[in-house]
Design a protein around this ligand. Structure first.
Ligand SMILES: Nc1ncnc2c1ncn2[C@@H]1O[C@H](COP(=O)(O)OP(=O)(O)OP(=O)(O)O)[C@@H](O)[C@H]1O
Length: 261
């Protein structure tokens, strides 16, 4: 069933956050509506991961407020599936695809409980959704980078969330794997709100609905157009886009923008 675009999944109001007095975000506002597929872009160190952690309640703002599904994140974070930036570092864990996916069923404080038949059904459904069910007995280190990332997404889906937050899910995945990953995300967006941190501007025009530029301040563009403004905001150096095959793409001019810092 397609979700409506009205309800707010995340609401950030005048949020300021600093690590040890080093400011990372200052007075930022953001509204993510249900049904959105938002790309979070910006330069290295611009505050993208920090923003996601604030939305999940893993960090608390020094000023301002964050709500998730209308409540404090601590109360509603279970409604979000999260694929962290360093998920791929877990590839050497001696786990099978199914074992890793089942871990997505463990809520806070239930790390050692037995899995139920319902857990197994949900984990297998999540793997099926990501076309990884045939690999359920494979070990993580036997998969390609793209297949492994699909399993990490399946783990996030196993809890049957209403939203999915992903931090650079395509890092280290080859271009065919990236296309495949974003095609799956686009399908998932028919029933889930998606927020994805990416450095790949190509995905903007092909897959997402809105663009969140983060570089200490934040600008939310309601359409996926790659404008010169977006480039100037997030990327202080010339950007080159490469496209293969039939992926829709556009060529962007070089630019001489500077960081806002
Ligand atoms: N736990 C931490 N303690 C202290 N400083 C931190 C911590 N985590 C991040 N930072 C700093 O905060 C700033 C923003 O980091 P963040 O990870 O949010 O940026 P980012 O936009 O996600 O970067 P990247 O694209 O490189 O992943 C950086 O200067 C980083 O060094």
């Amino acid at each position: 069933m397609k979700q409506k675009m009205s309800a707010e999944v995340a609401l950030v109001r005048q949020v300021t956050f600093a690590y040890n007095n080093h400011p990372v975000l200052e007075g930022v506002d953001l509204t993510i509506h249900a049904g959105d597929f938002a790309a979070v872009i910006g330069p290295n160190g611009g505050g993208k991961t920090t923003l996601i952690k604030l939305l999940l309640g893993l960090l608390k703002p020094q000023k301002g407020s964050v709500t998730l599904f209308g409540e404090t994140p601590a109360k509603t974070v279970h409604r979000v599936g999260y694929v962290p930036q360093d998920a791929h570092l877990h590839r050497f864990f001696p786990l099978t695809v199914l074992e890793l996916t089942l871990m997505g069923r463990l809520g806070p404080g239930h790390f050692y409980r037995r899995y139920t038949a319902e857990d197994l059904k949900a984990a297998e459904a999540a793997l099926d959704r990501m076309e990884m069910l045939p690999y359920r007995k494979a070990r993580l280190d036997e998969l390609s980078g793209g297949q492994r990332q699909r399993v990490f997404i399946a783990r996030a889906l196993a809890s049957q969330p209403d939203a999915l937050f992903l931090d650079e899910p395509a890092a280290g995945v080859d271009s065919a794997g990236q296309t495949d990953l974003y095609t799956h995300l686009k399908e998932l967006n028919e029933r889930l709100t998606i927020l994805v941190v990416t450095h790949d501007l190509l995905v903007l025009s092909s897959y997402v609905k809105s663009v969140v530029c983060v570089n200490r301040s934040l600008v939310h563009h309601p359409s996926p157009e790659v404008t010169e403004d977006i480039l100037r905001f997030g990327y202080p150096c010339p950007v080159e886009l490469l496209a293969h095959g039939h992926v829709p793409h556009r060529v962007l001019p070089l630019h001489g923008g500077r960081n806002r810092e």
